[in-house]
Design a protein around this ligand. Structure first.
Ligand code: ME8
Length: 636
């Protein structure tokens, strides 16, 4: 069985997980799950980076030991990943004894082979970043990475001969285009390597910092945190401890990282590996940043983008879907709550959720909840949808292999939209009325196969929701890419159940309240919420109206234009019902309308009143009267 080894960065334990950590880890999880679906033997590694000055400072502030601090925060990461259905195979912590042992063995090897030497260091040090800089590295006298002040330092330290391997690295990167991805990041690193590389200071004197891995050849020093951290990728799979395991998993297939840590991964790490005689990972893939108002999102931006609150509001699957759908992998993306709400409402509530409830409702109404068989000869509309269904898995997989997860999701969504159009064109409710059972069966069977493909191919992104969806449509297979490649995976005769609303629509106001965002336009009302008097109620005049005719509004695909008899006159109503009703379905219905509403123009059409409808977040259902009362009857 082919293996696939994927890693995330190991995260610092100086704060709880934020949305940036969440993004990388969800992306790695989605890729790991797709690879498992393709039948590969997957090892998915994540963990925490627990040494360094910042940990000591945070622990001191909290009045606990550094180890207690690490235990507490490693636990928070684990809990967050559990909430978000992250299917990691191993969680590494750099304070694990096994890991420390590997770091010491690696350092000793480098020392023995003459790649580490002692020298006096004189230069600038950025305390928060724990990095040394030369005078010419500084930007306006400050740290070139974070812009914070640096301090002058002179001390004896150990250095790793990085400069010796510079030409080797340039050649390796040039000869292995897959090694650093996306391509523009490879060019960035090749640009960086045009300047001579300095040797890397790999020690910190214990008198300044003791929370680290002790150097095996000098107990007065600990190891620089990045050397310790990078080695996690090898120590987790058995380096110097379990040769068989290491041979099975190494080299890693994908080190997934954010662009902020590209140099350490694309320069320090390959040189360290080469000096140790270890093979190179196949790909280092740097993704972009989530930004809010042009700023990198991180722990300082508070509750509004806090993964804890977002998970509480949306549940894991919808948060995962949004993060995957709205970032072009490799580039930066802007986060906004309104973008999130409209993405989830459109793709999941309107398109996928609507399709699922339409199909399950119709199979239950017309075939008693049992999937009908298709006819042998099929029409051209069905043929078109079939062709979309059979090509979908390949298109999705192709994008996944190129790390274009957003495109993969768009492919699925566009197939769902095509299926919704197919339902509108073939009009199963008309087929049912006409008694055309053969064609009706074909339509419902075909649409169900599309839903099954969507359920399988979206499973890596929304594992729980897709399991529910697949169960509802009677799929009993194994959820594999192979199944997604077949045309029919739900057999005629399968039991179809109406599921509970899988993707209820999100109301932006409620979302803002739940995230503690106070809208700047409207102050929060202090009065008792929702209480009105009877007089308030009678201000609206509700009457029964009979729909005389209904048609789609030209150039406004969500709207229907209804001509309604309200007893005393005829009114035109504009209603956003096109997604839920074919115009003919409304004709002849007795509905309830507010007749004294100020007339309004909607997309250029005058609406002379408003009809009432129930909305459970996924399905919209027009209110009707259940006895034959004449148009104009009062509703009260
Ligand atoms: O750098 N958008 O840990 P760290 C997207 N311990 N991703 C983001 C992000 C954002 N706004 N902010 C952070 C470290 N990330 C080291 C790594 S690895 C051997 C050692 C993600 O806690 C992104 O993956 O600062 C970034 O690379 C990582 O969090 C940095 O996490």
């Amino acid at each position: 069985m082919e293996k696939y080894y994927i890693t995330t960065p190991i995260y610092y334990v100086n704060d709880k997980p934020h949305i940036g950590h969440t993004y990388t880890t969800v992306l790695a999880d989605v890729i790991a799950r797709y690879q498992r679906l393709a039948g590969k033997d997957v090892f998915f590694l994540t963990g925490t980076d627990e040494h360094g000055q910042k940990v000591v400072q945070s622990a001191e502030k909290a009045g606990i030991s550094p180890q207690q601090h690490c235990d507490k925060f490693a636990q928070r990461f684990k809990e967050m990943w559990e909430k978000l259905s992250i299917s990691y195979d191993y969680f590494i912590r750099t304070t694990d004894a096994q890991h420390i042992d590997v770091v010491q063995k690696a350092l000793q090897k480098l020392y023995d082979s003459g790649d580490i030497y002692k020298s006096t260091y004189e230069g600038w040090y950025c305390v928060p970043d724990e990095r040394f800089w030369t005078e010419k590295d500084l930007v306006d006298g400050k740290c070139p990475e974070c812009g914070r002040p640096v301090v002058k330092i002179e001390e004896e330290n150990y250095f790793f001969k990085m400069s010796k391997y510079q030409q080797w690295l340039i050649d390796y990167i040039e000869n292995n285009p897959e090694f650093i991805q996306p391509d523009f990041r490879r060019n960035e690193i090749l640009g960086f390597l045009k300047k001579p590389l300095n040797d890397l200071c790999i020690s910190r004197p214990k008198k300044r910092l003791s929370w680290g891995v002790e150097l095996p050849f000098d107990t007065d020093y600990v190891c620089y945190v990045w050397v310790d951290a990078l080695l996690n990728y090898c120590s987790a799979v058995g380096l110097y401890r379990d040769d068989e395991k290491f041979k099975k998993w190494w080299p890693a297939d994908c080190h997934l990282i954010g662009k902020d840590i590209l140099t350490t991964h694309a320069v320090y790490w390959p040189i360290l590996l080469y000096a140790l005689g270890i093979k190179m990972p196949r790909t280092i893939f740097a993704h972009g940043w989530w930004m809010v108002d042009e700023r990198k999102m991180g722990k300082s931006l508070g509750n509004a983008v806090d993964p804890y609150s977002l998970e509480k509001l949306l549940g894991a699957d919808r948060l995962r879907y949004y993060l995957m759908r709205d970032m072009v992998v490799g580039h930066d993306a802007s986060y906004s709550l309104s973008g999130l709400v409209s993405r989830l409402n459109n793709d999941l509530s309107n398109d996928l959720g609507n399709m699922l409830s339409r199909i399950t409702n119709m199979v239950s109404a017309y075939f008693g909840g049992v999937l009908p068989a298709p006819a042998e000869d099929i029409d051209s509309e069905t043929e078109k949808l079939r062709s979309i269904i059979t090509k979908l898995a390949e298109k999705v997989w192709d994008n996944v292999e190129k790390m274009k997860i957003h495109n993969a999701l768009e492919e699925v969504n566009s197939a769902i939209r095509a299926a919704n159009r197919y339902i509108e064109t073939t009009q199963p409710w008309v087929l049912a009325k006409e008694g055309n059972r053969e064609m009706l069966g074909t339509v419902l069977f075909t649409a169900t196969q599309l839903l099954a493909k969507a359920g399988i191919l979206l499973y890596p992104v929304m594992p729980q929701k897709c399991e529910e969806l697949l169960h509802a449509i009677g799929y009993s297979g194994k959820i594999t890419i192979d199944d997604a490649r077949k045309y029919a995976v739900v057999e005629p005769g399968s039991k179809i159940e109406k599921p509970s609303a899988l993707f209820p629509r999100i109301d932006i106001k409620k979302a803002e309240m739940s995230l503690g965002i106070v809208s700047s336009e409207k102050p929060q009302q202090k009065e008792v919420e929702g209480i009105i008097t009877i007089d308030d109620f009678f201000k609206s005049k509700l009457v029964v109206g009979k729909v005389l005719s209904a048609k789609r509004a030209p150039n406004a695909d969500k709207l229907l234009l209804l001509e309604v008899d309200i007893g005393t006159e005829r009114r035109q109503l504009v209603a956003g019902l096109a997604k839920w009703y074919e115009p003919q379905q409304l004709e002849g219905k007795k509905i309830v309308i507010i007749s004294n509403l100020k007339h309004a123009k909607i997309r250029g059409y005058e609406s002379q009143g408003m009809l009432l409808a129930a909305d459970d977040g996924e399905v919209v259902s027009v209110l009707t009267v259940d006895k034959d009362v004449p148009p104009g009857s009062k509703v009260r």
